[in-house]
Design a protein around this ligand. Structure first.
Ligand SMILES: *Cc1c(COP(=O)(O)O)cnc(C)c1O
Length: 436
């Protein structure tokens, strides 16, 4: 389970990661700035890979959580595959030289152009499309036929379990737009047997699920896995060939405050319990081992990054104070969009215990929603010019950033090997108007 101050820590009262002080980074590149730690990305990846050792498993990192090219390259070198949701992400995977056999393509609305791009990726195309409707199945088949290819697909099963997370990020309920119901999947399988060629551009070889994000309990996953296993067995009795793989999705939660997120080891145990032994071994009816794919995003990236920001003003308003900072909702939208909590800590900590005051930490944008924290007890000594770190900003931070108010997006910095490097430059005013 990753925590906000696990990889970013105080050393001599200064916040640092891997021995590199964040104050030095702010000096060099200015603020606002996203800062990531290489070790923080790799440790949970290795934990997952180790937890699944012995299974035929690939951890496909959810690119949308943090899609910087250097991050993708680093994860691919560590053996990760990628889970994509757009042609743009596939382009990034190509630049990061991710092998096609480690790529899956998710999302409810892939365009014919994106499907063709994925079929023509590398020498072999991508490993699988996670298909979200019958209509999409037909579209993929048609595009593949025209290109004289065969698309391997997994049907995205909507297991109708409540992930008990924020409604905007819950995806596995019947009422959500995601996935296909059990009944429909069985019908598709029967159709595949009957016509054996009706959809000649596709090969249905897997099932996929993804029930939501920031899951803080394993029990909805346990339910979803049980239903997936049962459906797989039902399909194996219908399809001409048993399923070759299951994509178990992502969604594992992290601690932003003091929530107890499930430990990765227990998550891996759960997977082993459900899918460890995939079928009769040896002899008649022996099947090739079932391949398992995972699509973790936040659990790798979330606590691997912070957003550095400088206090522009302290403003007093009756019972509470405002800290106006140089980062804004365009840089990190999660608090405005989901009301999500991010710890905010001073980069330089004072020695003693400071008096606390209820404080709103807000950006300069003309929207009351431009707020990182409200009525948060914070040191009343924080003042103009001080550096703050907004923690747990590695996932859905920069990737959801925009240019509202014509604000250039912040740079991204990676701490690795005892030093740091700029892995994306701060945008310039020219970048802002390119194409206009
Ligand atoms: C967003 C998404 C993920 C990653 O979710 P996390 O909560 O970041 O782990 C994985 N799979 C699919 C299909 C997604 O849409």
């Amino acid at each position: 389970m990753s925590r906000p101050l696990q990889y970013f820590k105080y050393k001599n009262n200064g916040l640092s990661a891997d021995g590199v002080p964040l104050a030095a980074i702010a000096d060099a590149v200015g603020t606002p700035a996203y800062v990531y730690s290489e070790a923080a990305f790799l440790e949970p990846l290795r934990e997952l890979q180790k937890g699944l050792e012995g299974l035929d498993a690939t951890v496909c990192y959810a690119v949308k959580s943090n899609s910087n090219l250097t991050i993708l390259r680093m994860l691919a070198e560590a053996g990760a595959g990628m889970d994509l949701v757009s042609g743009g992400e596939l382009h990034r995977a190509g630049l990061a030289t991710v092998p096609g056999e480690r790529i899956v393509f998710s999302g409810v609305g892939k365009t014919p152009g994106e499907i063709a791009q994925a079929l023509l990726y590398g020498d072999t195309g991508i490993y699988s499309f996670n298909v979200e409707s019958v209509s999409e199945l037909e579209m993929i088949s048609e595009v593949a036929r025209k290109l004289d290819r065969r698309a391997r697909v997994a049907l995205r099963f909507n297991p109708d379990v409540d992930p008990k997370t924020h409604p905007y990020i819950s995806t596995g309920l019947r009422k959500n737009k995601f996935g296909i119901s059990r009944r429909e999947i069985v019908e598709i399988a029967r159709g595949a047997r009957r016509t054996s060629g009706g959809l000649s551009g596709i090969a249905v070889e897997g099932l996929s699920i993804h029930i939501g994000s920031q899951l803080l309990s394993l029990s909805p996953l346990n339910d979803a896995f049980t239903r997936t296993r049962a459906l797989m067995e039902e399909l194996n009795g219908i399809l001409p060939h048993p399923l070759r793989f299951l994509d178990l999705g992502g969604g594992l939660g992290i601690s932003y405050r003091n929530e107890k997120a499930p430990p990765l080891g227990r998550y891996c145990e759960l997977i082993r319990r459900h899918f460890g032994a995939s079928g009769p071994k040896g002899g008649k009816g022996a099947r090739p081992p079932l391949k398992i794919l995972l699509e973790p995003g936040r659990v790798l990236s979330g606590n691997s990054g912070v957003l550095l920001t400088t206090v522009l003003h302290r403003k007093q308003r009756g019972q509470k104070d405002f800290l106006i900072v140089d980062a804004a909702m365009n840089d990190l939208i999660r608090p405005s969009l989901y009301g999500s909590y991010h710890e905010i800590v001073p980069v330089k900590r004072s020695r003693g215990a400071d008096p606390l005051k209820r404080t709103d930490v807000v950006g300069p944008i003309c929207e009351s929603g431009d707020c990182f924290a409200s009525a948060r007890p914070m040191s009343s000594r924080i003042q103009q010019g001080d550096l703050l770190a907004i923690l747990s900003a590695g996932a859905y931070g920069f990737t959801m950033a925009g240019n509202y108010n014509s604000r250039p997006r912040p740079p991204e910095i990676l701490i690795r090997g005892g030093g740091f490097q700029v892995i994306r430059k701060r945008e310039t005013y020219e970048d802002l108007v390119r194409g206009e």
